[in-house]
Write a protein that binds this ligand. Sequence first.
Ligand code: GUN
Ligand code: FE
Length: 448
Amino acid sequence: MSVVQQKVVFVGTIASSSALDRLTILKGFIAIENGKITKIGSTEELNTNNTSKELLDFKKVVLDENQLLIPGFIDCHTHAPQFPNIGLGLDRPLLEWLDKYTFPLESKYVDVNFAKSIYGKVVQRLINNGTTTACYFGSLHLDGTLSLVDSAIKHGQRALVGKVSMNIVNDAGYYNDTAKELRDVECFVQKVLECKNDLVYPVVTPRFAVSCDATLMSGLSDIANRYGCRIQSHISENVKEIEHVLDVNPGCKSYSEVYDKSNILNDKCIMAHAVYLSEEEMSLLVSRGVSVAHCPASNTRLRSGLCPVRELIHAGLTVGLGTDVSGGDSSSILDAMRRAMDVSSHLEMLDTSVTRPALNWKEVFYLATLGGAKALRLDDKIGNFEVGKDFDAQLIDVFANGGQIDKYDYTMEGNEQDRVSQLLQRFIYLGDDRNITQVYIKGRKVKG
Ligand code: GUN
Ligand code: FE
């Protein structure tokens, strides 16, 4: 891994969002000192005497006309131990898939050497895909999940990592006794905090209300509060899952209420899925400050359902995107952006009464960057290019050799602003890791 360049200025086309409906494409420059953005401006400003003097001792990186600088992608929900199953075993619905494929695989991470051999590749894969921040579920195992933390630190990735908690019996024998689980989680949180690495954070991670009882969840909520940790879990992903949760919690009217009674819902809580929330549940989550990781690939592959993201956003929820490997069959947030547009388009086509239109490419770009940063409560540091934020970025080469995007002797009508907007549009619809030629996390080059 390269060292952080002390002072760098990128000159060229820079795109980033400041709101769902606000994408800015700037021809200009962005100056970075010690990993932080210190100045942003237009080409005209760059050419003024004052600015050129200020940036005299900066290393200059000049982009060509087909390159773009964009913020790093943020994966709000993925399961690192499930990568060996990616693209496999998607023939069963959620609860059967967990029992038949997922719990048996995750059980193997009791072997720390196995864990290490997988996690190095997982973190590297995400970085190759432009994911500068990932919010990970690990496995039930303390040492195995600590090796995921080590791997993120080694690769310089910004990572939120949770040791998964489960105390309900299953066929794979993949659960812990409640007292041991609470001890292990507290130890995990302490060990991650002891790393004193400003890019990694421990996350308290009750798997979901099918795997955790109220005693465990309340204990986990207490740990999260004492250490100021984020909490992550799954909510309302699949109809059978919801029925089961309500069956075993007869005193609760909704899935959300089950979590609320255990004090899991707060403004540091990230819930994956939220496909079937009632309006009442949406209001409850909004009032508690919960954010949602929308995982369209997984919702489609496991046939869980079509998540009404526009409704969630309209209700006031903060939404980011998640790949949810290996329920999701792709570890790429770029792919998640397209899948989010697909699901949202399908909903629009299926329901003629839907007055809110499908998400467009600019909106999913926001969800993949600033939306994700807000969902993970990291928008004071990352998510877009603003002075004072860390420089987490990707250099995009739209016509990269070997990529899917060919250059034709034709362009749509328009001015230079339209041309660069079309470059970004093509990357979003057609790009892949071959177009992501460089990746930076807090100013350190981690790819390219
Ligand atoms: N719900 C509980 N665990 C899981 C998991 O590993 N993947 C998905 N998609 N949903 C879950
Ligand atoms: Fe998941």
